[in-house]
Write a protein that binds this ligand. Structure first.
Ligand SMILES: CC(C)(COP(=O)(O)OP(=O)(O)OC[C@H]1O[C@@H](n2cnc3c(N)ncnc32)[C@H](O)[C@@H]1OP(=O)(O)O)[C@@H](O)C(=O)NCCC(=O)NCCS
Length: 209
């Protein structure tokens, strides 16, 4: 299934900082023609972040949604296939929500919530199990002045707004830190066979023992 085949959607939101357009899935060339906010540096420097968005946008199951102020990307949300080095890649219907980031001066204006809301209007996602692997080392604890537990609660609420729920797993990367977490959203059109296969994947270590 080509996920980003769907008609592009666009929504305007008015914030005290100005008008923001929430749109996606956006294509590589569309991203290439835009600027990227210099504060979008949580995961890598902004130039490399823009390149990463372009690469994901043209990958077979990649999708990018952006928040845009004029010609500048001020936030983004990305989906991609799970890394082949993880157990999740063995499942045919898992898609990973890889990252969500909003530029610091634009935070707390509802932009991340709007990106998620817009993305999950994409009916194709109802045929997928979408996972989020949250690792506390990626969180902006300094910028938000939150501790890991409050940050975890904030993210659980944020993703919960579009139907994600925390799930236990013995994935060693998740177990590396007690604040890390796996969140899962089952699409409403998923066949039970896929759900059962997912349940089997969540605990794997006992099979090795
Ligand atoms: C997490 C992040 C994307 C939130 O973006 P945002 O646009 O500020 O989020 P929103 O304004 O839509 O707020 C979403 C919810 O989180 C809460 N929230 C956001 N930042 C908060 C903060 N610093 N303190 C307390 N609550 C906060 C909001 O109050 C809101 O809750 P509500 O819906 O119950 O009111 C942003 O902080 C960010 O880019 N962080 C760095 C990257 C990151 O950690 N990404 C997640 C891991 S991939």
């Amino acid at each position: 299934m080509i996920l980003n085949e769907r008609k592009k959607n666009k929504k305007e939101i008015n914030t005290p900082q100005g008008q923001v357009i929430i749109e996606g899935p956006v294509e590589r060339d569309y991203i290439a023609a835009l600027l990227i906010d210099p504060n979008l540096s949580n995961f890598r420097n902004p130039a490399r972040q823009k390149e990463a968005l372009m690469i994901v946008a043209e990958s077979p199951e990649g999708m990018i949604y952006i928040a845009r102020h004029g010609k500048t990307i001020i936030g983004y949300l990305s989906f991609h296939s799970p890394s082949p080095y993880t157990r999740w890649s063995r499942h045919p219907r898992i898609l990973e929500l890889g990252a969500i980031e909003v530029s610091a001066p634009w935070r707390r204006l509802g932009i991340a919530s709007a990106l998620l809301k817009e993305a999950f209007q994409n009916e194709n996602l109802e045929e997928y199990i979408v996972i989020v692997c949250e690792f506390q080392q990626h969180w902006d604890l300094r910028g938000t002045r939150m501790n890991a537990w409050n940050y975890q609660r904030m993210l659980t609420r944020l993703y919960g707004s579009v139907g994600f729920k925390k799930r236990r797993t013995d994935d060693p990367e998740i177990l590396e830190h007690p604040a890390n977490m796996l969140l899962v959203r089952f699409g409403s059109k998923l066949n039970n066979v896929y759900i059962k296969a997912f349940e089997e994947l969540t605990y794997q270590q006992s099979l090795v023992d």
